[in-house]
Design a binder for this molecule. Sequence first.
Ligand code: BTN
Length: 319
Amino acid sequence: MGRNEVLALLREGEYISGEEISRTLGVSRAAVWKAVRALRAGGVEIDSVPNRGYCLHRSLRLNAALLQTTPWNVIVLKEADSTNNVAKQLGAQGAPDGTVIVTEHQTGGRGRLGRSFASPPGGVYLSVLLRPDAELSELMHLTAMTAVAMRRAIYDCCGFAPDIKWTNDLLWQGKKLCGILTELSCEAESGRLEYAVIGIGVNCNTHTEDLPPEVRPIAASLAEIAGRELDPNELAAAMIRRLRELSEEMRSGRAAWMQEYRSACVTLGKQVLLVRGEEKRPAFALDVDDEGSLIVRYEDGSVGTVNSGEASVRGSEQK
Ligand code: BTN
């Protein structure tokens, strides 16, 4: 029995007695106490109350020790300019597949199409470095896969499943909760993929008033919706678990997760504005293809496909 099994039991609920842990894991009380002591020494705060047992202390702070139970290698930073930048640096230095960087505060968060991404304290800003054995063309749908993983992770922690706005936003009642930025590094000569970095920013315990004024009316946080502060470790662990699950099914389960994407995608069946730099073109969103590109019908009746690198989508009422 390792301390991770004890930690997994502690994660399951409120207080659990040493006796119950020893019975469940089939080990002595002394072994349980030793595991608890080792976890505490590793920085996991565990409360103990006579006659009730042990309980994980909800510190509401990311804690590397709590996240090491996940199969990927997780690095928790107190602060970062951008976790995608850190993951890319590590990728260039040869860090392995499944390296995760996570922080609660970014000073230079980056969004899609060269925009900045406001990242005040209280968020969960997470990047994962992947080295998939896949063709570059197969990787275009990584962002769609991540949106489905994030929808599931939020459901796991909060009990509600947000909508997806093509291509990379998760919304609740029209307000943005989460954004995704996928970046790829390829070898110039061969075009071979070196690594992919998937960056996810979630408004977890952030307060809307900490966001820039222009973002406030269109943003929401999980804590505001749930009406309570959330344990960022629980959210980060669910994100990692769901991402890992889907990355293993990237090919084999694609039809199913793409279907989940489509049914959660609130962009479909709506008039939209496709925004490419200064150009804005009205269209009707018909479907999302298996690569994650948006299929649209333009006002002249022609049908086209738009990929996420080309344009962003706004509701037609937003000029
Ligand atoms: C967007 O909405 O345009 C995408 C936002 C992506 C933000 C995440 S936060 C973690 C990672 N680090 C970054 O600098 N960006 C991504």
